[in-house]
Design a protein around this ligand. Structure first.
Ligand code: TRP
Ligand code: SF4
Length: 417
């Protein structure tokens, strides 16, 4: 038993997964980031970057899918957004920061994957009909908007990323990405039933040769023995009575499975609790109910003091119920148990006033923002710092992306001269 488990351990340590974990996520440059972005995504990104390789993308083509009539928003928002990322703690020494449109390979992969992506898969993505209804002042009956989740798929698989931190609304997109990647791998990457066919081909070698093939293959797979790999290839080269297909299979099989071209990504749901807007609805720039990242302490104070509270507390002497108050949801994120007890007691007994209740929230937000504001300073003073970080990131991203696209071109029959 003991030997057996050690052996197993050996196999998995010699064999890392075909691709190591890699994270990709992105945001659309459509305006200033706010505390909703910070608690809903950025904080999570900062944590992830020290655990796995991370790439973070400015999704400017995605912004165009809905803001095609107001393209100036992209340039206005991109650099501020990258500064927000850096200020929040994204570390360019650990993460790769880049801009989608600087890597045209994303467009090529989107086009190529479009060839075998069923239209119905895109039409039934829940955000598709939702957004068309919600943004009814805009004509979103466009090819680009329908293709949005396909482009998102390309963003992910082009880096062979397998983990994608997103909010709940984006989960169907990542699921679609997995379906598309799987279909692609199935169609072009690995033939169906490859393993069974390879095993059958091994048997056709005859008992002596198949035993030797298995031994050499195991030596190569378990110990990385290159000599065994060479010997195994020589053995195949030496064997005449094999069909062309079986020969191909046996060559591939020595080194593991058939090649998996695209990663099959998983959503990484953000675990942080939700921070609502000042009015209790979702925090959003378009609702005007937000606190910006890097908001001045004066504005934070003004905005929180102006927040709605439980309508039952019209007068200071009226008792209230924290459950009916958006300020309470801020306490859930920003306050410790003691403060929260003080709020519940004081609110229900009219022992504290609403402005009094809001003060610890104001202080906590400002304490959270202080280092963020400070970290942004050098980037605001010298914008070339930001440009250089992004340029480095684009270079790294380009290299990874072009490798995947090269494989895809080949798999789709475009590797000819
Ligand atoms: N669609 C995402 C959003 O609106 C942004 C995005 C674009 C993205 N490409 C991505 C997120 C790839 C994760 C992975 O928020
Ligand atoms: Fe909201 Fe606090 Fe006022 Fe109660 S005391 S209504 S929790 S702001």
């Amino acid at each position: 038993m003991k030997r057996c488990s050690r052996r197993f351990f050996e196999i998995i340590t010699v064999f890392p997964p075909m691709y190591p974990d890699r994270v990709l996520s992105g945001m659309r440059p459509t305006g200033a980031l706010h505390l909703g972005h910070y608690h809903g995504a950025l904080k999570n990104w900062v944590r992830l970057q020290s655990e796995v390789e991370c790439l973070f993308m400015v999704a400017d083509w995605h912004a165009l899918t809905t803001a095609y009539d107001d393209p100036s928003i992209i340039a206005r928002s991109t650099w501020d957004m990258v500064i927000d990322w850096l200020a929040a703690g994204i570390d360019p020494a650990q993460s790769t920061l880049f801009i989608q449109s600087r890597i045209p390979e994303h467009a090529e992969l989107t086009l190529l994957m479009g060839m075998n992506t069923p239209l119905a898969w895109l039409e039934r993505v829940p955000t598709y009909k939702d957004q068309i209804e919600k943004l009814s002042h805009k004509d979103l009956g466009t090819y680009g908007f329908l293709g949005y989740p396909l482009m998102q798929t390309a963003d992910i698989v082009i880096y062979r990323a397998n983990q994608v931190p997103v909010g709940e609304d984006q989960v169907p997109h990542i699921e679609l990405s997995r379906e598309i990647a799987r279909r692609f791998n199935h169609m072009y990457g690995r033939e169906p039933g490859f393993e069974a066919k390879a095993e059958a081909a091994v048997k056709k070698l005859g008992s002596k040769k198949s035993k030797l093939y298995d031994e050499l293959r195991t030596r190569y797979l378990q110990h990385g023995d290159d000599e065994a790999l060479e010997a195994c290839r020589a053995l195949l080269a030496d064997t005449q009575n094999l069909s062309h297909g079986d020969r191909e299979r046996l060559f591939g099989y020595i080194e593991g499975k058939g090649k998996m071209i695209l990663s099959e990504p998983q959503p990484l749901l953000t675990i942080n609790s939700k921070l609502p807007g000042l009015d209790g609805a979702k925090m959003s720039k378009s609702y005007g109910n937000y606190i910006a990242l890097r908001e001045t302490p004066e504005n934070v104070s003004k905005k929180v003091r102006g927040m709605m509270t439980d309508p039952a507390r019209a007068r200071r002497t009226d008792a209230g119920d924290p459950e009916k108050c958006p300020v309470w949801q801020f306490h859930q994120i920003y306050s410790d148990d003691n403060t929260r007890d003080w709020v519940v007691q004081g609110c229900k007994s009219a022992g504290i006033g609403c402005l009094e209740c809001k003060q610890p929230v104001i202080d906590a937000i400002n304490a959270e923002q202080a280092p963020i504001i400070e970290r942004a300073q050098p980037y605001l003073e010298d914008p070339t710092l930001v440009r250089n970080i992004v340029e480095d990131g684009c270079e790294k991203a380009k290299k990874l992306a072009s490798e995947t696209v090269r494989d895809v071109r080949e798999a789709m029959g475009l590797g000819y001269n």
